[in-house]
Design a protein around this ligand. Structure first.
Ligand code: GLU
Length: 429
């Protein structure tokens, strides 16, 4: 039963909405989810599309399209990132908002799910243009976001600086004595602007920890294991950083510009420095460039898709050599590819578990802002690890008890928590 209407037939975007609905319906069938609750969770609560003008550096005005989709808030305020990418549209925002609802529910956070962004290629704009675009988008969103209503965060191509602009713009629209009570309208802020220690590495750390937990669960270690990373942004870099510290070896990396390979290992910190100075990873010393379509077939033990959705599909799933896929991105594996991988015995650590450290880190930042507290990095990392381990254990338990794959188990836990909230509260009026 697919209740969310799918509008466009573009493979990348429509695929994501199809995938999340199929994942949801599959888990709902298994637990025989109450049909009324299924109707509610199968569709988004609110969808906002804004068109807004921005003055470019050359004096011309460009009109942009921004989105914010709020899927569900039964467990708390809407929560989820804003991405700046040409693939952002209403279906992509819907799919990603739904994944946020399952992610926050699975993590046991007092949040619902939302997602949004602007359809643009940020590499085509100057920093001052991006600042004006961000501020005008925030103004267009107005009071549809808010610290107790809907709390954006970074996602693809947005970062702490983007969040600082959003915070400053949002606060500026409030009366002076209310301004500082709005600090938690966004998370993922720079530390000097109300951000939290550890939020920067939280997503990559959760990808790493889930791999580590999985290794322990299967009686192996990460020492000398080879891994490949698709996407060398915040998530890909930090996951690689922690894996390398644990003795694993990064042998392949792909970004939007190309793919590099060295079977003897690629130094993570040097690649970060190279990426920062060159703007991409291509041409990094002691690596060979390989064709984009060959990336997922590289020889390795661990594969980390940490870029966009629908990257692992029927066209490359059978070529994957890794024995475990750790989903740093949201929705990187489509439903058919997942079936093929599971049949071959490849373990998939699903996005809503594997990358949930980001939103858990956001929750810690939000709590600190709300309570006027400042936690140390050690405190944040410890709390993060504890929460992530609880989620991992629960997913393994449900997966073994019900004899389902780990994604289905994660969905079951998330949906059952929401079901309980609806059953206990009933439907207004
Ligand atoms: N964009 C991240 C995600 O997809 C973080 C969301 C948040 O912190 O609210 O989970």
């Amino acid at each position: 039963m697919i209740t969310q209407e799918v509008e466009k037939e573009t493979p990348q975007k429509q695929g994501m909405l199809n995938n999340v609905m199929r994942q949801f319906n599959n888990a709902s069938d298994i637990i025989e989810l109450n049909t009324n609750i299924r109707k509610i969770l199968g569709i988004t609560n609110n969808e906002l599309v804004v068109h807004f003008p921005v003055k470019m550096d050359n004096g011309e005005v460009e009109v942009f399209t921004g989105y914010r989709v709020q899927h569900n808030n039964a467990l708390g305020p809407y929560k989820g990132g804003l991405r700046y990418h040409p693939t952002v549209d209403i279906d992509a925002a819907r799919a990603l908002a739904m994944w946020m609802t399952w992610k926050t529910s699975l993590a046991g956070l007092p949040y619902g799910g939302a997602k949004g962004g602007i359809q643009l290629d940020p590499t085509k704009y100057s920093t001052s243009e991006l600042e004006r675009i961000t501020r005008r988008f925030t103004y267009a969103l107005g009071d549809n976001i808010g610290p107790e209503l809907d709390i954006p965060a970074p996602d693809v191509n947005t970062n702490p600086q983007t969040m600082a602009w959003i915070l400053d713009t949002y606060m500026s629209t409030k009366s002076p004595n209310e301004r500082s009570t709005n600090m938690h309208v966004v998370t993922g802020k720079p530390i000097g602007a109300g951000g939290s220690e550890g939020r920067d590495r939280a997503t990559g750390y959760s990808v790493f920890l889930n791999i580590k937990f999985w290794a322990a669960h299967t009686n192996t270690t990460l020492k000398n294991k080879k891994f490949i990373v698709q996407g060398f942004g915040n998530v890909g870099y930090w996951a690689a950083h922690f894996l390398e510290n644990e003795g694993a070896k990064m042998v392949g990396v792909q970004d939007a510009f190309g793919s590099i390979y060295n079977p003897d290992g690629i130094d993570v910190e040097s690649l970060l420095a190279y990426n920062q100075s060159h703007g991409n990873i291509v041409g990094f010393a002691n690596t060979v460039s390989i064709p984009t379509e060959d990336f997922f077939s590289l020889a390795c033990d661990i594969c980390i898709p940490a870029a966009l959705g629908n990257q692992i599909t029927i066209s490359n799933a059978n070529a994957i050599k890794a024995s475990v896929i750790a989903e740093g991105a949201n929705g990187p594996t489509d439903v058919e590819a997942e079936q093929m991988l599971l049949q071959r015995g490849v373990a998939i650590l699903p996005d809503i578990l594997c990358n949930s450290g980001g939103v858990i880190g956001s929750y810690f930042e939000w709590l600190q802002n709300r309570n006027g507290e400042i936690w140390s990095l050690e405190e944040v990392m410890q709390k993060l690890e504890k929460k992530l381990y609880e989620s991992f254990k629960k997913v393994i338990e449900v997966s073994e008890n019900r004899n389902v794959d780990k994604r289905t188990a994660a969905f079951i836990i998330a949906i059952e928590r929401l079901e309980q909230a609806y059953v206990q509260r009933g439907i207004f009026p």
